[in-house]
Write a protein that binds this ligand. Structure first.
Ligand SMILES: [Zn+2]
Length: 101
């Protein structure tokens, strides 16, 4: 997939935090409130708005952790169960965000 995410940072529209916009003020998402409270939808919007920052932090954390031999070896040699391996958790989150590219 060649396409890129919309430019970050993303933010909640100040006068309507149910709407998330990108760095160019273009719409990213509108939170739906038909089955949850508006407060919960606003919190969901906060999480969506944080997505580019969270992805960048995950990628950086993965690089740093992978440079620590004890952690990298535990991951690389399968010494840590996948559900307890921070590198596997970060890779899964990054793959989820990027669609496994
Ligand atoms: Zn691992």
């Amino acid at each position: 997939m060649e396409s890129q995410f919309s430019a970050g940072p993303w933010f909640q529209q100040p006068d309507n935090p149910l709407v998330v916009r990108d760095a160019h003020d273009l719409g990213i998402a509108v939170m739906i409130t038909d089955s949850i409270t508006e407060d919960q939808a606003i919190l969901n919007g906060r999480l969506v708005a944080a997505a580019p920052d969270l992805l960048a932090a995950c990628e950086r954390a993965m690089q740093v952790l992978d440079s620590i031999p004890a952690i990298a070896d535990a991951h690389g040699f399968g010494e840590t169960k996948k559900e307890n391996c921070i590198i596997c958790q970060l890779l899964d989150a990054i793959d989820k965000a990027k669609g496994g590219e």
